[in-house]
Write a new protein. Structure first.
Length: 117
């Protein structure tokens, strides 16, 4: 399974950004997909996750500003982010769970999001 993120970049405070992740390879292995982020000197944290059936969960205090969606036909997962602040600056990683290897996750290479003037 390969995951490729796109859509990161520089955005001003209060702005919006959309990240996309495209899955390829043995995609039938994939179950839940999600986004995590890691800022310098901080632990990687959950941003949002979505199941095959579309059930969603969000990291603390992110629901309302962030929205995750998934297109199973296109094997993509999207993260829409709004009202961004400097605290949202981080490397954002796409993640996919593997039905054959419970507890194992596939990861993308990450995409940088910087919120700054």
């Amino acid at each position: 399974v390969q995951l490729v993120e796109s859509g990161g970049g520089l955005v001003q405070p209060g702005g919006s950004l959309t990240l996309s992740c495209a899955a390829s390879g043995d995609i039938d292995r994939i179950t839940d997909m999600g986004w995590y982020r890691q800022a310098p000197w901080k632990q990687r944290e959950l941003v949002a996750a979505i199941s095959l059936a579309g059930r969603k969960k969000y990291g603390d205090s992110l629901e309302g500003r962030f929205a995750i969606s998934r297109d199973n036909a296109k094997n993509t997962v999207t993260l829409q982010m709004s009202s961004l602040t400097s605290e949202d600056s981080a490397v954002y990683y796409c993640e996919a769970d593997d039905r054959h290897w419970p507890g194992y996750a596939h990861w993308g290479q990450g995409t940088q999001v910087t919120v700054s003037t």
